[in-house]
Design a protein around this ligand. Sequence first.
Ligand code: FAD
Length: 516
Amino acid sequence: MTKKQFQGEPPLADAVSPGIHPRVFLHTVDQADTAISITDVHGNILYVNPAFTRVTGYGAEEAIGRNESILSNKTTPPEVYKSLWHNISRGEAWSGRLINRRRDGSKYLAELSISPVVDAGGEILNYLGMHRDITAMHRLECQVKNQKALIESVVDAAPMVIALLDVDDRVVLDNQEYKKLQADLGMAEPAPMLMTAIRAGLETEAANGRRSSGYAFLDREVRLDLPGGKPPRWYSCSGSRVREDDSAADAFFAGGGRDYLLLVAKEITGLRAQQEKARVAALQAVMAEEDRVSALRESLSAATFRLEGPLNMMASVVGMLARRNGEGDPMAVALADAMATGQQALAELRAMIPAETREAEGVINVNELLRDVLDLATVRLLAAGIRVGWKPQAMLPALQGYPNKLRSLFKALIDNAIEAMSARGWRERELAVITRAQLGSIEIAIEDSGPGIPPAQQLKVFEPFYTTKREGHRHLGTGLAVAQQVAADHGGTVAIDPEKSAGCRVRVVLPVKRHV
Ligand code: FAD
């Protein structure tokens, strides 16, 4: 096969079919929709196509023989032209943007590509220029950029936490308030934690048939517990779905895209603080009454427990006398009478023990419960000069359980710690309350810097009526036994950490989901 070659001209590229007539190239360039010009090595125009005339307003007869600089608006920085000529005069292609002026004086932004045309020896013969008016596209680009900057500044200045999350809860965009929250919580990404709490609430409601679990949500309240004694914060969270179209080439016809969630969290701590004050005051009254009743229950139980001993002894003496001296033994009869009176009194005492009130199960935030107990103990903690280290995990999974029972469990442990550190002359007075979630359960550690419990007594203290206090002390020794019972009712445990050398650390472990 031979290639069509014209005299004095360099050979055509190998990719050209031998059957194609060179005139086809002229027609192609002539009819192309892009403005095409061919110049000599100085940029003097030799040829322009009709699209060039359409874009620039210069007809072929006006353009040919003049320099391409007729298109220059004289506002393109000289460095641009320098780089243009530097490249093309070395035989390299160049492309870039220039500000051009049409024949009628109107300006437009041109996107220009220049390719040198070389002979067989590599010498530059001509330049081929192709350009199009991209003013409209540039305007659009600027609008998008300006809008993005505007949205970013509005989002940044918004007095609420805003974060855009992908389907894996990764933050792809955030604002200043979000960054402030990150700093306050001392964690890299609080958003996934907020989402976990929101979803848990939504799932519970969906399971109870109160709402359908969907993508969007409105005004979900989330409580965040901050370390270092700082008061908790409350956020009202809303989420809406944002869809981004796929910009990949292969998605042009197929469509598709990515889903995001726009999370907006407005702080409502101020509002909640008022409600919390009222709630804690009411709680204080309820707990005082509960304290009174349980103290009564404890005293009466202790009294019956102590009465049972002598009565049992009397029963064995009566039995012994009857066996030795016969049933009619006057001493045995008198003792049996006294015993019957004693048992009557014991039965009356038992009947006076107030019954346990049945409590409804509910969803519990353990941090909130502990915070309540600490708030209620503030006066006593201050009076005893005890420093409190409140170290909650910012967000704990919700627990199903009995709030009053759990509150009294923690109260008993904190009361014990206060009492242990209040011993006369004891200087180290620090209480730490630590919470963390681990493997389907919540662990609460209550640590005090008191004298501690000797290893031999660490199991015994959980026995009912066992007390390390001296006789005559107000303490009856039922607190830890009751605490253990409450933990067991929740499928959990209470134990004294044998590893703790100075002071005492009580660990409470409560499973998030109880196996009934
Ligand atoms: P000029 O006096 O022309 O030159 C400015 C600077 O360019 C000089 O300082 C020099 O560094 C460099 N320069 C100019 N000519 C040469 C040369 N022959 N060799 C090496 N360096 C040189 N310009 C536009 O504004 N709009 C266009 O659409 C456009 N299309 C072009 C298409 C082609 C194919 C070519 C080859 C050039 C094109 N030019 C275009 C560039 C144009 O030729 C001018 O260089 C440019 O417009 C600047 O003109 P000027 O009169 O302001 O300055």
